[in-house]
Design a protein around this ligand. Structure first.
Ligand SMILES: Nc1nc2c(ncn2[C@@H]2O[C@H](COP(=O)(O)OP(=O)(O)OP(=O)(O)O)[C@@H](O)[C@H]2O)c(=O)[nH]1
Ligand SMILES: [Mg+2]
Length: 444
């Protein structure tokens, strides 16, 4: 999802973090790179321009803060502005006090209306609702069959009628819903290849005939700016309440997601992220933004770190990382500190560049326990001088910790990886705990 854009922005981020001071010229360079990244991602031209301008105003006008480098500040601005482009806050479905809530799905052919209708129905079921799906694609017999099969697979009732009058079917389905205690009705309408008058008239007629509480437009994320243009036209001709962006799983660019809200002035409410019925997510702009930037939630991380490390500890670790003197003894301390943090996976997910890649399951948690046991079975001398750990010592440690030599070797590999990663993040000014803490405190 959004890999291309994400990779480009991560390159910018890495360059930024490596800089201690930013001049006007540097800022211009960074902004140019962001601009190219956005345009390559098929973000709307005006949206891109306004975005870059907004960052520029903030970056040039920034106050000099002792605790944060200008580069880190710019990064924070980029994250904030992307969140803003995506819509700031989550936008939910509005339910009517008078059941059933009527949700009308609209969109061009093949965008995923029927699949998404079923996905949304399943989602609502999980929230305790009792949805009814209604087949209004009366032109293709296969369309009705598709909905029926989907309904059967997730045990959600489907209302179908052999009639050529959409409005009548819709009205009858509302009656059916009331009689059968369904509190929301999802109307799966027919799609067309292009926006044509016939389709719009049918949708308008439905709109005025049954007054849906939500008109959700389904658009295919992979079609980029075309999706945005379609949404704009639907909104001006019909009026829509929100957008469901499908096929995000196949969209490496993300231009539609980033342009939609600004161009169409309507929120993205859900995103389709796969073909399975479970593959529908509520759309959280902030989470999506940190995913796009690929930096994890660096600010929350800073806050958590602050709670755990005393100022002295942080300074000591920082200087060790910088001098590349990180030992197994420090790793042991880290395990201790991580335990204090409670849920490990939450912390790991916050680490820039790792967040999306790591998922800690039960097996991994047990693995962590074994690693701690292994570290405790080493002598302090061994922890401080890892190269002492030859075969016979590893055997002794495995026996002492109730693990195997293979597990001891795995831990040593992991230690090497950690060292490498820290070297990467730990060059001058890149891993400054105090600065991270300051950012967390100021901008949360
Ligand atoms: N990968 C992926 N595929 C999706 C997603 N949403 C829908 N699809 C696929 O897109 C194709 C078209 O989906 P439909 O639900 O039939 O589309 P439609 O808009 O109802 O199409 P018409 O009724 O012909 O207008 C199907 O093969 C779906 O499995 C998604 O989020 N990700
Ligand atoms: Mg369909």
């Amino acid at each position: 999802m959004f890999e291309n854009l994400s990779n480009r922005l991560q390159d910018v981020t890495r360059k930024l973090l490596g800089q201690n001071k930013l001049s006007e010229k540097n800022i211009e360079d960074v902004l140019r790179e962001i601009r190219v990244a956005f345009l390559e991602a098929d973000v709307d031209y005006k949206v891109t321009k306004d975005f870059v301008d907004a960052i520029k105003v903030k970056a040039l006008g920034q106050e000099v803060l002792v605790s944060v480098t200008p580069a880190q500040l710019v990064m924070k601005y980029v994250a904030d502005e992307i969140t803003h482009l995506l819509g700031d806050n989550i936008s939910r479905i509005k339910f009517s006090d008078n059941a059933p809530t009527i949700i009308m799905m609209a969109g061009l052919q093949g965008t995923g209306k029927t699949t998404t209708t079923a996905k949304l129905a399943l989602h609502l079921t999980k929230e305790g609702h009792r949805p009814l799906m209604v087949g209004l694609d009366i032109y293709r017999p296969a369309a009705q069959e598709q909905l029926k099969v989907l309904g059967a697979s997730c045990n959600i009732p489907v209302y179908l009628e052999d009639s050529k009058n959409c409005l009548n079917i819709a009205k009858n389905s509302l009656k059916y819903a009331r009689e059968n205690n369904c509190d929301c009705v999802l109307l799966d309408t027919a799609g067309r290849l292009h926006i044509d008058e016939e389709m719009m008239n049918e949708l308008k007629e439905l709109k005025s005939g049954i007054s849906p509480h939500e008109i959700l437009l389904v658009v295919d994320s992979m079609t980029g700016q075309q999706a945005v243009a379609v949404a704009k036209e639907f909104n001006s001709l019909l009026g829509i309440d929100g957008v469901i962006l499908t096929k995000l799983d196949g969209d490496a660019r993300g231009g539609a997601a980033l342009s939609l809200r600004t161009v169409v002035q309507r929120p993205i409410k859900f995103v389709g992220v796969g073909e399975k019925l479970e593959d529908l997510d509520s759309f959280y702009p902030d989470r999506m933004a940190s995913r796009i930037i690929g930096m994890g939630d660096i600010f929350t991380l800073a806050e958590k770190v602050e709670k755990i490390y005393s100022e002295d500890e942080a300074k000591k670790l920082e200087s060790k990382i910088r001098k590349n003197e990180f030992t197994l003894e420090d790793m042991k301390d880290q395990f201790k500190n991580m335990k204090k943090l409670g849920a490990m996976e939450q912390v790991v997910k916050l680490i820039p560049g790792l967040g999306s890649k790591i998922n800690i399951g039960e097996a991994e948690k047990n693995n962590m326990k074994s690693m701690e046991a292994i570290l405790s079975s080493m002598t302090k001398m061994e922890r401080l001088t890892p190269r002492l750990l030859n075969g016979s010592r590893r055997m002794r440690i495995a026996n002492g910790s109730g693990t195997t030599v293979q597990q001891v070797n795995q831990l040593m590999n992991r230690f090497d990886q950690m060292k490498k990663m820290m070297k990467q993040f730990g060059g001058a000014n890149k891993f400054d705990m105090n600065k991270l803490k300051a950012m967390g405190g100021k901008f949360k």
